[in-house]
Write a protein that binds this ligand. Sequence first.
Ligand SMILES: Cc1cc2nc3c(=O)[nH]c(=O)nc-3n(C[C@H](O)[C@H](O)[C@H](O)COP(=O)(O)OP(=O)(O)OC[C@H]3O[C@@H](n4cnc5c(N)ncnc54)[C@H](O)[C@@H]3O)c2cc1C
Length: 566
Amino acid sequence: MTNRDDMFQRYAENPDVDVLILGGGVNGCSLLRELAAQGVDALLIDKADFVAGASSKSSRMIHGGLRYLENREFALVTESLNERNRLLTNAAHYVAPLRTTIPLPSYFGGLVRSMLIFMGFKIRPGERGVVGVKFGLWFYDFITRKNRKTPRHFITSKAEALRTMPGLRDDIVATATYWDAWITQAERLCVEMIQDARAAHAGCDAMNYIRCRAADGGAVMLEDELAGRSVKIRPRVVVNATGAWVDIANGDLGLDTHYMGGTKGSHLVVDNPELHKMLDGQMVYYQHADGRVCIVFPFMDKVIMGSTDIRIDDPDEARCDADEVRYMLDTLRSVLPNVEIRRDQIVHVFCGVRPLQASGSKVTAIVSRGHSIHLAEPEGDRPFAVISLVGGKWTTFRALAAEAGDEVLARLGRERKTATDDMPIGGGRDCPTDEPQRQQWIDRVAGQTGLARARVAELFARYGTRAESYARDEIENADAGTEQPLETLPDYHQGEIRRIAADEDIQHLDDLICRRSIIALLGLATEPALIELADIVGEVLGWDVARRQVEVTRALDEVRMPPDEG
Ligand SMILES: Cc1cc2nc3c(=O)[nH]c(=O)nc-3n(C[C@H](O)[C@H](O)[C@H](O)COP(=O)(O)OP(=O)(O)OC[C@H]3O[C@@H](n4cnc5c(N)ncnc54)[C@H](O)[C@@H]3O)c2cc1C
């Protein structure tokens, strides 16, 4: 019996659960972990795979949000910087400081517009100059002065900037350099929060590919998209953490809400060694002529660039289209004019919907990235309260979950037992936070297990301190071929993939390549690789030959590129 079968049976026997969380994005997963830490029973469900929404489509910045200062969002930036600093410790296996450079075309540019936006006018931001950016960076440094985890910002003269980054546009007066942070394995961090929640409290669990709707008698019907079965449950509180889908999910529960005004954002992943070299480990954060802020940064051996910001009504319709690809390539030319990216160097595209609060503003760039929590009291034949989480950033997931957790605890009449502020996540537990410590950790595990140092380092980058158990597994079960590299993806070994298939709620092949690993993100999801992966996963999950083929086709569809329209 699978964990899924077991859960359906349990809820059929006893349909009562304290909390039902809708949505397994970073906010839903974080809330599950938060409630598990308080000993509250909770079930998280996602209509698709966990992390299938915005949380796997973000720019991967764990950041304060420099430009939100223009909107007077000092509290949001302060909260974001504090959360960023926490993640640098609590998720040190995936979150690391990122040096960021902003080319500055003038000294005083954008000031008038910035001031008007600051005063509440909903206008497009101007191209910001040295003074405006310097003010923002000073605020950054001021907020983090007592808990400094990254170096202070500095301004570089034009001559020096062009010397260190020769490809940069040359009509600048200076550059500003500061540090934010980035996350390598955003998807895995979410899945690790589910694993942590399950381990911390037996009453907490999660299921993917489950739909839900209001049912008779105040119950909620859960429908298994995979097995075609359903079960009624009776939650005391429902938390709607479905991001851009919040209003749609509320509609399924009989609530008419209009909280969301999402925008779609796309990114390109490119394989261009010249650009990678030029960036020299740092992100360039720049403004297009239309006022939008774009970013380009090295990601492993590739480069990620983006993003767009386009209003969208139906989040299920979000796809990166040919115009967006053109737009992103054009914007890059405006800052690194000599870089040519060929179409065949675009190895992956991804698109998601920002769960922005409805604002009525036509200028998407100035819509708040803050979050709010809305409560719908029990009403009519709905005996449970519905708490909707609206808006938010990836960076602030813990703060939002803590706030939502307090609201849930109040409704259940329970006391908070513990705070998650300093609680490590998954393989971030006992994780070295600097390079010498990291090397020591790798040396120790290589020495104790006998696994090659380079392989331990690879596993550490993927699983943090949990890499130790992967390393032991590779050695102890070598007879079963665990340490055998894949033919198509030699960085991955058989045992590693089998373990993910067995332990991490894989229902489809694309769950593995898109949301338990960064295989798709790095453009490695070729047909031969998918066939090999489908065989390994299929063996663990009992897929026959026909099912394996279906999964390969589905996964290829998931990573298909937008058509090239010239
Ligand atoms: C292009 C882009 C760039 C971004 N860049 C950054 C960045 O650099 N830094 C940053 O801090 N933030 C960034 N963000 C914002 C960040 O990604 C989001 O704020 C965050 O991921 C939202 O998480 P969530 O859990 O609320 O929603 P989501 O991740 O969208 O999760 C919602 C989940 O709910 C599920 N769902 C939908 N309907 C139902 C239903 N009826 N029942 C059950 N489940 C359902 C979906 O399948 C999905 O898995 C970016 C967002 C985008 C789109």
